[in-house]
Structure formats: structure tokens, C-alpha cells
Design a protein around this ligand. Structure first.
Ligand SMILES: NC(=O)c1ccc[n+]([C@@H]2O[C@H](COP(=O)([O-])OP(=O)(O)OC[C@H]3O[C@@H](n4cnc5c(N)ncnc54)[C@H](O)[C@@H]3O)[C@@H](O)[C@H]2O)c1
Length: 438
């Protein structure tokens, strides 16, 4: 791994009106992909989207969108959706009468996760079948996409897929204990990860979060024709530098169980790059989205962005200063009467600089597993800092998340035109520069 943060704003990209931006994954209201979609729209690019498809009931067959669902998705994107179901993973895959992983997980009850074993041959058949289905569908997606990219148009493909928690009801109490448990209810992530259940879970993450990128690059090879610029970008996560005690410091949310799959995603980008394909994973900051809001405390490292923005505003002066003031004013407007952003930032910093977190600061040893002490520090800190906002549905963390996905989208679109390397980190310093620079 080469730690390679983007420190300076990239030059204006060469993407032009009529070039095509493809979102490989669905677009949700507050997800990361909105930032790059908005930026591409401003550049006059044509938008093409994807769907993971739908299942009727909890384990119905995977199907494309109905005409009504398709119309709603296209209106949301402002572009065509290629209606091929791109759900990845294998949790519902039953092969030759054998049980699907979800079926096998029905034996998960109470605390038996420690010793629960699986029919490994059936798991392996399911995994192979899930991969084959995704590859078939990715090929069908690519074939239809080919008809939507006019001759002479360049192509930017944005991978947003991440996920793969096996769909089993019995996992929910475990997840609550992993991500929200304190005292006797706390469950250390390493304990779960080191079981057969943990290994199944990890392989499901790998299929959805990492291998989809590798398969996307393979399926779209026919679109990489001479004379056309084709780029791939993906959202990674591998910690993020934020201001702690006034110093830009690498830190990470724990327990981040997708971490191993995200490292795999980086490897696939490096592999593609070596083969001459310009593919870049952008490791992005912690924000609140549909996918991350389950992880209580993930937003704690987002608050110091305000300080980075203020510093970038002071350094730039003039319009930069005004943009920083505006960002502060938007956040201040969301506070409870009597609360201040300074007090809120001091509380977040008290958490981030606590010595209990020191052992989690090793970038080389990432991803880290959780400890009870860490969770008991993080969860109350998260609650307290959220309590500075007047409305739990419209918080400073929500506002900063929008700020970040907008800035990340602008940085990715620009950097992707002439990318320097396959794995980049977008830390709070460059995000803040992007926010205050016109
Ligand atoms: N939220 C964060 O703090 C954060 C930080 C760094 C990177 N990211 C990454 O950003 C990307 C977008 O995530 P987001 O947080 O904006 O949330 P999101 O919920 O908006 O996006 C998640 C994406 O994953 C897709 N997806 C989920 N399950 C899938 C499956 N089984 N098969 C295929 N696709 C599936 C969804 O269609 C959607 O496009 C992800 O790669 C995520 O890991 C998020």
C-alpha cells in the first residue's frame, strides 16, 4: 500500500458536454454519488444509471425494475437507467436444491454464532453462482451501455457499490451489539470476525464491495475503444486525515468491517492500472448516508472539517473567506438555542484526542477491531455532539455530509481526467480547499 493523499486541487478536467457519466450502483438521496452526478450535470455530461433490481418479498427472484419504478429512478437521476438487475452477492443464491446462505443462517440463534458451522460446499456453490449471475448481468449492462455512448464521446464510470451484510433476521441483534453495544451488551468485532459466520460475512462484503469493481472493468472492456477516453473511479474508505488538537491526523472509524473488502478494492484498481486501464479508488471521508447511518459515531470525525474550512478560508482570503463564513453560518443555523459551534467542536475534539484511541491510529495495521473501552467512549460522545443540533432530522452532521459529498464529487470528476495513481486519499485539507475555492 502506498499512502497517496491528494493535497492540491486538480486542474479543470477535459470532460465536455456530451461525454457520458455512468453511475454503477443506485443513487440514493444523500449518497456519495450525488456529488459527482451534480458536477457532471454542470459540465453538460449525459447521465446513465444502473439498478440493483428488486426482489418481491424477502427472497423473491431478482427482477428488473417495473415501468413505474424505472420512470421514478430515471426522474431521480435525470438520465437513462439501464434496466438490468445488478445486485451482487450470493446470500440468497440456492444451487441445485441446496440451502442458500440465508437459509443456512436460519440456524443462527442467540449466542450460537460462536460455534455455528456451515455447509461449506453449499456456500462455495452459492458464491460461484452469485458471481456468474453478476458477470452475466454486468455483460448485459455493458452491451446496452455501448448503444448509449455516442461515437466520439468519452466515458467516466463511477462505481458506488458497497454492502453485502447477509440478509438474515438473526444477524440484526448481533449488529446492534457490534455497533451500539456497551457494558455487557458490547460485542468486540474481532470475536465475530474470527468465526465461520465472520468469514461468510467477509466473503459477502468482498463480492459486493470489491469484486463488483473488478468485474465492471472486465465487462466494459469492449467500450475502451481507441480514441475514446475511458476512466473508472470508485469510492473507497481507508481512514481519513482530520484536524485533531489542531494537527492534521490520520484516524479511522472502528469497527469498519468492510475494511478488508475495501483493501481488496484498492488492489483491483492497482491491477487494472497495471494492465493500462485508468481506474482510481478515492478513499473518502466519513459521512452520513443511507449506508453509514447505522454506524453510530462515524460522524464524529466529520466535525473538525469546520476548522479545516475556516483555516482554508483564512489562507485564501476574499471569496474563500466568505465561502468559509457561509459554511459556518449554515451549520450555526442548525444549533439549539444557546449552543455554539466552538463548544461542539471542542467536545468532538475531546473524543478524537482521547488516549484510548491511540492504538487505533496505525494506518499500516488498518482495519482495527473494536474494544469495549473505545465503544464506550465513542457512543456517548456521538450522542452528546448530536445533541448540539436543534433538530435530530436536520443536523450539523447532515449538513457537513452534503458539503463533503459535493466537494468529493468535484475533486473526483476533475482528477479522473488525468489521474496520477490508482489509490488516492481525499482528506479534510483538500476537501476544505475545494469548499472555499470558487
Ligand atoms: N458513507 C461513508 O462514510 C463513506 C465513506 C467512504 C466511502 N464510502 C463509499 O461510498 C460508496 C457509496 O456509499 P454511500 O455511503 O454513499 O451510500 P449509498 O447507500 O448511497 O450507496 C451504496 C451503494 O451500494 C449499492 N449496493 C448496496 N448493496 C448492493 C448489492 N448487494 N449489490 C450491488 N450494489 C449494492 C447501492 O445500490 C448504492 O449504489 C460506497 O462504496 C461506500 O463504501 C462511504
Amino acid at each position: 500500500m502506498r499512502y497517496d493523499p491528494l493535497r492540491d486541487l486538480p486542474a479543470s478536467p477535459g470532460w465536455k458536454a456530451g461525454d457520458v457519466l455512468v453511475v454503477f450502483g443506485e443513487l440514493f438521496g444523500r449518497g456519495y454519488a450525488n456529488g459527482i452526478v451534480d458536477e457532471a450535470r454542470r459540465a453538460g455530461m449525459t447521465l446513465v444509471g444502473a439498478t440493483v433490481g428488486r426482489r418481491d418479498g424477502s427472497d423473491g427472484a431478482l427482477r428488473p425494475l417495473t415501468p413505474e419504478e424505472l420512470a421514478a429512478a430515471e426522474a431521480n437521476l435525470g438520465g437513462r437507467i439501464v434496466n438490468v438487475p445488478l445486485e451482487a452477492g450470493f446470500d440468497l443464491e440456492a444451487v441445485e436444491g441446496g440451502p442458500s446462505p440465508a437459509e443456512q443462517l436460519k440456524r443462527l440463534k442467540g449466542d450460537n454464532w460462536r460455534e455455528l458451522t456451515f455447509d461449506q460446499a453449499a456456500l462455495s456453490r452459492s458464491r460461484t453462482a452469485g458471481a456468474a449471475r453478476f458477470e452475466r448481468n454486468a455483460a448485459a449492462f455493458a452491451a446496452e451501455l455501448a448503444g448509449l455512448v455516442p461515437p466520439g464521446a468519452n466515458l467516466l464510470i463511477v462505481h458506488t457499490m458497497a454492502g453485502g451484510v447477509p440478509r438474515a433476521r438473526a444477524l440484526l441483534p448481533l449488529m446492534t451489539r457490534l455497533f451500539r453495544g456497551t457494558g455487557e451488551k458490547h460485542l468486540a468485532s474481532g470475536e465475530v470476525w474470527n468465526t465461520e459466520l465472520g468469514r461468510l460475512w467477509a466473503s459477502s462484503f468482498e463480492e459486493v464491495t470489491a469484486r463488483t469493481f473488478q468485474r465492471l472493468v472486465a465487462a466494459t472492456a469492449p467500450l475502451r475503444t481507441p480514441g475514446r477516453t475511458v476512466r473508472y473511479v470508485a469510492y473507497g474508505y481507508h481512514g481519513c486525515e482530520v484536524l485533531i488538537g489542531g494537527r492534521l491526523t490520520w484516524q479511522s472509524y472502528t469497527p469498519y468491517l468492510q475494511g478488508w473488502a475495501k483493501k481488496q478494492l484498492e488492489l483491483y484498481a492497482e491491477e487494472a492500472w497495471t494492465a493500462g486501464v485508468r481506474a482510481t479508488v478515492f478513499n473518502s471521508p466519513e459521512i452520513w448516508t443511507n449506508s453509514s447511518s447505522l454506524f453510530s459515531g462515524v460522524e464524529l470525525s466529520l466535525y473538525p472539517l469546520l476548522t479545516s474550512i475556516r483555516e482554508a478560508g483564512r489562507a485564501g482570503g476574499g471569496t474563500a473567506q466568505a465561502a468559509a463564513d457561509e459554511a459556518w453560518a449554515r451549520c450555526a443555523a442548525l444549533l439549539k438555542p444557546g449552543a455554539t459551534l466552538e463548544a461542539m467542536l471542542a467536545r468532538a475534539d475531546r473524543f478524537l484526542s482521547d488516549p484510548v484511541l491511540a492504538p487505533f491510529r496505525g494506518l499500516e495495521a488498518w482495519p482495527h477491531h473494536s474494544t469495549r473501552e473505545e465503544m464506550e467512549l465513542m457512543l456517548p460522545a456521538s450522542e452528546e455532539v448530536l445533541g448540539f443540533s436543534a433538530d435530530a432530522k436536520n443536523t450539523v452532521a447532515g449538513e457537513l455530509s452534503r458539503t463533503v459529498f459535493g466537494a468529493v464529487g468535484r475533486l473526483m470528476l476533475a482528477e479522473s481526467w488525468a489521474p496520477a495513481s490508482p489509490v488516492r486519499w481525499l482528506n479534510h485539507d483538500v476537501i476544505a480547499k475545494r469548499v472555499v475555492t470558487a
